[in-house]
Design a protein around this ligand. Structure first.
Ligand SMILES: NC(=O)c1ccc[n+]([C@@H]2O[C@H](COP(=O)([O-])OP(=O)(O)OC[C@H]3O[C@@H](n4cnc5c(N)ncnc54)[C@H](O)[C@@H]3O)[C@@H](O)[C@H]2O)c1
Length: 268
């Protein structure tokens, strides 16, 4: 039996943009499966440099903020078997899948391309690009399994680095360019099915990731990013999450294959 509420899966949902997205989708009537990789900072350090993953407490808090409609799932987007398991469990429990948001990401860098080591390169490609692929491969068949007329939504969080090369972040930039290509190919394949695939490309957004980016660039704080932004401030994670919510709930089915900039005028 399928549940009356639509069902969404959000990766990277323990904090930041993913957590805000999960909360908003729950408020719009979804049951939300929040996926993240709670890392014990005392024991794990899976990304080289200052970036730190969310904790189990962050994930539990984000699920609780979904007002009884969030469920926490611990899984690593790099590992296909873990994502397959989460998606299969959600579909089995709720009997449907309506929206999928790939927001998990991490940042590392600080060296020019020719001095980037294998560990940084692999972490950035594995988390930021393969992680989106693993979720799409596992979840799109369930979006296509919906009865007609289908209206499934796949949304990936790309970045301004999906169309600009960020200095000293070649691996991150390459991965995010890859996300844009992946989403466009997916949209082309999904044409005529009623299921759409889009990406949202944020500029500097006030999250833990931006603080890690500041540290990578040797900055004391994120204030420099706000000064550089055309809007003269950082973007609130709610602004990105609001765009994702709109894509999942209100946007027309003809909006597909798009990479939507919410970047404070970065490209203006
Ligand atoms: N903050 C910005 O300025 C900015 C700008 C452009 C794009 N983005 C993108 O937005 C998305 C959300 O990032 P955020 O800014 O909210 O940062 P964040 O660090 O607060 O959130 C990212 C989440 O992804 C999780 N995660 C990382 N690796 C994972 C893995 N292997 N498996 C499962 N979960 C994993 C982290 O634990 C964290 O909870 C990312 O894809 C990021 O690249 C952020």
């Amino acid at each position: 039996m399928s549940s009356d509420r639509p069902v969404a899966i959000v990766s990277g949902a323990a904090r930041g943009i993913g957590a805000a997205t999960a909360r908003r989708l729950a408020a719009r009537g979804f049951t939300v499966a929040l996926v993240d990789l709670p890392v014990d900072p005392e024991r794990h350090h899976p990304v080289p440099g200052p970036y730190r993953h969310a904790t189990g407490a962050d994930l539990d808090r984000a699920a609780a903020a979904c007002g009884g409609h969030g469920e926490a799932h611990s899984a690593d987007v790099r590992i296909a078997a873990e994502i397959d398991r989460v998606v299969a469990g959600v579909v089995e429990r709720h009997g449907r899948l309506d929206a999928v948001v790939a927001a998990a990401g991490a940042v590392a860098g600080g060296q020019p391309t020719w001095r980037t080591d294998d560990e940084v390169w692999r972490a950035m490609i594995d988390i930021n690009l393969t992680g989106v692929f693993n979720l799409a491969r596992a979840a799109v068949p369930a979006l296509l399994d919906a009865p007609e007329p289908r209206a499934g939504r796949f949304v990936a969080i790309a970045s301004a680095a999906a169309h600009h090369g960020l200095p000293q972040m070649a691996a991150y930039s390459a991965a995010k360019h890859g996300v844009a290509g992946l989403v466009r190919a997916l949209a082309a394949e999904l044409g005529g099915t009623g299921v759409s695939a889009n990406a949202v490309a944020p500029g500097s957004t006030d999250t833990e990731m931006l603080r890690a980016s500041a540290a990578i660039y040797g900055l004391d704080s994120v204030a420099g990013f706000a000064e550089q932004a055309r809007i003269g401030r950082l973007i609130d994670p709610e602004e990105i999450a609001g765009t994702v919510e709109w894509l999942c709930v209100d946007a027309p089915g003809s909006l597909t294959g798009a990479v939507i900039d919410v970047d404070g005028g970065f490209r203006a």
